[in-house]
Design a protein around this ligand. Sequence first.
Ligand code: RM4
Ligand code: MN
Length: 393
Amino acid sequence: MTELTAATRTQVLNVLREQRIETPSWGYGNSGTRFKVFPQEGVPRTPQEKIDDAATVHRFTGVAPSVALHIPWDKVDDYKELAKYAVDRGVSLGTINANVFQDNDYKLGSVTNPDPGVRRKAIDHLLECVDIMDETGSGDLKLWFSDGTNYPGQDNIRDRQDRLAVALREVYDRLGDEQRLVLEYKLFEPSFYTMDVPDWGTSYAHCLELGPRAVVCIDTGHHAPGTNIEFIVAFLLRAGKLGAFDFNSRFYADDDLMAGAADPFQLFRIMHEIVQGDALRPELGIAFMLDQCHNIEAKIPAVIRSVMNVQEATAKALIVDATALAAAQQAGDVLGANAVLMDAYNTDVRPLLADLRVEEGLDPDPVAAYQRSGYFERIRTERADGQQAGWGA
Ligand code: RM4
Ligand code: MN
């Protein structure tokens, strides 16, 4: 166990107080696998109701003050009004996620489609998302492309890269000075032979070519089993190209389970790189987001739990004895260095986080406080009719 001096404890609490974790609007909607979507009671029917749920998560955790939107899932007539709606409930609108993967036209790809007409349509959607950002005041446009091929020979791999570069350039050039393009990657699915942005290297290379306001998003679920994600974090941080995280957990594929549920040690190792790189501070611009689906568990408490898991991993990373670690590393003390890290990981930080919440006027146990609050009973009745939100499967 790592023992904290009073001074370190204060320092750690100060950093934790500043931490910001964004939640995804689609995490509150119905979701499932390609086999079945199990609808739940109380699921939001509108973007406004998703914002209500996000605000509830923030109310109990104190560290989730923004919600990411997905367009067109969260399409409304007046985005300024939606932004005001959010602010009135104590949260703000965050990252705008574009969606060029659910239209029949995109069967062979969106911005890399061999058909120039389809490419134009896809780029126009991305530009529309920047227009929306202007209205909502969002800083980040997050791009994830399902584009790729299923069969060898299906399309020209290099031509697809060229088409991607052209599309990204047009969108990048449309951004305002305070806006960023955040490019996500995914190893596989829905394309199985080639994905056009399969890995961090591809994303990094395109971002480098685009310019300083293009940065990489690491979705923790989008890697091959065994991938050392903390290495990617360290590399991108050093290069100034780490823009965002989509946190979630995976056992086998893109499972989208609660962050920190499958492998809390991995989440700790990631946060250790972030802390070492002094990259937690909000002004450094790394967006810590959840990108999850809650298929069988109750959604709002699952988001609260995920936020708490990220907080716990962060707290453990913050209490690593950096001086002892550096000394052991310098001395080539392999076991000693590893022990410093493991001491922090094995420390129970829950009492520390409970104290922090109490200091902030929150309940020390956000999940229990939510369960007691009556919020679920209310939305279950209020949202009994109508069309529940969800992105289908
Ligand atoms: C993708 C990717 C994107 C997310 C969609 C719903 O796999 O992770 O970030 O917006 O799913
Ligand atoms: Mn994602």
